[in-house]
Design a protein. Structure first.
Length: 187
């Protein structure tokens, strides 16, 4: 079975020791029913299993465990990430920016997952000038044009300040380029 980014991230969260529903929900940017659905899929494919524990006040608590199969899946995925990271380092050193861009276009969350699984980290990415590879880091939320250090960018608070209509799904972590900002309409 092919797992997607969220599935793998949840497996990773369980491996990191987040074993309760609430704990996993806190690190995942997911709605409750979405998380339930993924946990069901992971349970059915025997990547995780769950037990119930009784809390101090007698309340029942769901505890999620990683199975051997789940552990193996993570190890396989880590191998892939480590290999890709070595490839990316080679490309970065060789100055093959186009190929790096293509890798991220093919798999937008790859570097984010590398950071999540500690294959690399933010200081390393900064040092190598590779932070732009993080999904959504420096891209305009609407047109996906790259926002460099020198381009003007507009945040959710700017949109609110001008009483423009907030683009659907835009969050405080996103920015807009000047073109897209100017095209926004008033409420
Ligand atoms: Zn834009």
């Amino acid at each position: 079975m092919e797992l997607d980014t969220n599935d793998l991230k949840i497996l990773g969260a369980v491996k990191k020791g987040l074993t309760t529903f609430g704990g996993i929900k806190n690190v995942m940017n997911l709605k409750k029913d979405e998380l339930v659905k993924i946990l069901d899929i992971l349970d059915e494919s025997e990547m995780i299993r769950s037990t119930t524990d009784t809390g101090l006040l007698g309340q029942k608590k769901l505890i999620i465990h990683l199975t051997d199969k789940g552990e193996q899946k993570i190890q396989e995925y880590l191998e892939i990430l480590r290999k890709k990271w070595r490839d990316m380092l080679d490309l970065a050193i060789a100055g093959e920016r186009d190929q790096l861009d293509q890798m991220i276009k093919d798999n937008p969350f790859m570097v984010n997952m590398m950071v999540f699984f500690k294959v690399t980290d933010l200081p390393t990415l900064s040092r190598l000038n590779l932070r732009f590879l993080l999904e959504g880091k420096h891209l305009c939320y609407k047109c996906k044009k790259e926002l460099t250090r020198f381009t003007q960018r507009f945040s959710v608070s700017d949109v609110r300040k001008f009483q423009f209509k907030l683009p659907r799904g835009m969050t405080t972590r996103d920015d807009l380029c000047a073109d897209c900002f100017n095209k926004l309409t008033k409420h």
